[in-house]
Design a protein around this ligand. Structure first.
Ligand code: UDP
Length: 492
């Protein structure tokens, strides 16, 4: 029902300090920590979420916790567990509702089920925590358990909600009506954007942006030979000579014309190192806007048949390929919605003309080794001239942060989380709407024809991530929230 996770983070503050463009960030962090730490003395901090692998939260906790620890905070990570599948179906429905999607009717037994599981999770968490500790609960799954512990043990509790929508709809109202009784029990809450704070928590929330770790396997710099080695070992290109490292145990697969999965170098090399590449990497989820992206790219290619561009101008558009990459379906068999979303992507791809099928690659990335998966995503993003995130809804979108850090030119939808990151026409482009396939086609065409603009977007995007969305700012913000919440408790 609750498991202590050893996040096994690889880098120490000294490693970051050695890197020229990061050393000031570490210095600022140390200075601020020195000021704030006395307020936290002797308190243990427990971060609690519902999964140790997969998705944005599991991605950002390890470096956050490791840095807090190195600075002197006794920070720990617990994952709640439950074998009640119905409970996770319910919290998935609530998750979708907070994003404005799905059936607002949560069903008769929902409150009783949520309460029952929350009680048993709270009982397990109680074996770890003490009244003097600080509990940081992530997202709706462990929200109830945290509220119960706050009530029972009097410890300080903060709820960190990673999801949200910038408008109120019948769906969001249903979700917040369900969660309110638990959320209001917390000392404080944290959201990703001001627009996401529900009415019931107005005045009791702080904004903290998620962050990426510049030294993680997903984001670290890859010198050319490493990049090529990863692509070859991971099955995305064919090595023409011997490689230093052996092939990954599991390699990337590409959807073939007959509907089967085969090595990603079949039926021919994708051209990742030589062609203009447009990429989206995401979970297979309808809210990621896969279909309109594919249709927009198809429109761009089809327009080539009739437009009057010179040969030289046509070339980048002719050569461009779209890469749609997501997790190996074998790894998401417990996510029927995800498998359906992938099936829609596959069906749409299979319905295309062979020529268009050649210019689009639907890729399945192996998930059994988190390290190899992260390296493959890193390498793919670095091979991409344009990284798209065409989400219909997005709480934040770490995939965009990751690509901005790598100076890719970004095309985003106007989903709220992406607007937190991409300043339109400065760090990248925002299409009018995730479903506007004409605008997607137009935007991709313009950017593929304009290397200078892509470079300018990339430079600006990297600066923005450096200033706002690296783990250093994230840790500083958490130190402030922890200190202020404890101050608030003391004053009360
Ligand atoms: N991701 C990955 N492999 C995949 C698909 C996604 O490692 O095949 C990662 C991606 O790089 C990012 C995270 O999963 O770090 C997704 O976070 P994001 O905030 O973009 O969206 P979420 O999945 O939380 O909705």
């Amino acid at each position: 029902m609750a498991r202590l996770i050893d996040s096994n983070h690889h880098a120490s503050l000294k490693d970051y300090e050695r890197i020229a463009h990061l050393s000031n960030d570490v210095r600022d962090l140390r200075e601020e920590a020195e000021m704030l730490l006395p307020k936290l003395q002797g308190r243990r901090v427990w971060m609690v979420n519902s999964t140790a692998h997969g998705g944005g939260v599991a991605e950002l906790l390890p470096p956050l916790i490791a840095m807090l620890r190195e600075l002197g905070v006794d920070a720990n990570w617990l994952v709640m567990e439950s074998d009640e599948d119905e409970f996770f179906r319910l919290t998935k429905q609530i998750h979708n509702l907070i994003h404005g999607a799905g059936d607002p009717d949560l069903g008769n037994g929902a409150h009783a089920l949520y309460e029952k599981v929350s009680h048993s999770v709270a009982a397990r968490l109680a074996e770890f925590v003490e009244p003097n500790d600080v509990l940081v609960i992530h997202d709706p799954q462990p929200l109830g358990a945290g509220a119960l512990l706050r009530e029972r043990m009097g410890l300080t509790a903060i709820w960190r909600c990673h999801i949200g929508l910038d408008e109120e709809t019948p769906e969001t109202i249903a979700a917040w009506e369900f969660l309110e009784q638990w959320a209001v029990k917390y000392d404080h809450t944290v959201f990703t954007a001001p627009e996401y704070i529900p009415r019931c928590l107005a005045g009791r929330a702080t904004i903290i942006h998620p962050s990426i770790d510049p030294l993680s396997n997903k984001n670290r710099d890859l010198p050319v030979h490493k990049l090529a080695g990863i692509l070859a070992n991971g099955g995305l290109i064919t090595a023409t000579g011997p490689t230093l490292t052996p092939p990954f145990e599991e390699r990337a697969q590409r959807l073939q014309r007959n509907g089967e999965w085969a090595p990603a170098t079949e039926p021919e090399d994708l051209g990742l190192l030589f062609r203009p590449i447009v990429t989206q990497v995401s979970r297979w989820d309808r809210l990621k806007g896969w279909l309109p992206l594919m249709q927009g790219f198809v429109k761009m290619k089809e327009a080539l048949k009739t437009n009057t561009l010179s040969e030289e101008e046509r070339r980048p558009l002719d050569l461009a390929r779209l890469v749609l990459a997501g997790p190996d379906p074998e790894s998401v068999t417990d996510d029927p919605e995800g498998l359906e979303a992938l099936k829609e992507v596959m069906d749409t791809y299979l319905s295309l003309d062979p020529e268009l099928q050649d210019s689009i690659a639907v890729l399945s990335l192996p998930m059994t080794s988190p390290k190899n998966n992260a390296l493959l995503v890193n390498a793919l993003q670095r091979c991409s001239d344009i990284v798209v995130q065409n989400s219909v809804r997005e709480g934040f979108g770490l995939t965009v942060t990751e690509a901005m850090w790598k100076r890719a030119a970004i095309v985003g939808s106007p989903a709220a989380g992406l607007r937190q990151q991409i300043r339109p026409d400065l760090d990248g482009r925002l299409v009018r709407d995730a479903h506007d396939t004409d605008d997607i086609a137009r935007t991709l065409t313009e950017l593929l024809l304009d290397q200078e603009r892509r470079d300018a977007f990339g430079l600006s995007a990297q600066q923005r991530v450096h200033n706002e969305f690296l783990v250093f700012a994230h840790v500083r913000n958490w130190l402030r929230v922890l200190a202020e919440t404890l101050d608030g408790r003391a004053a009360a």
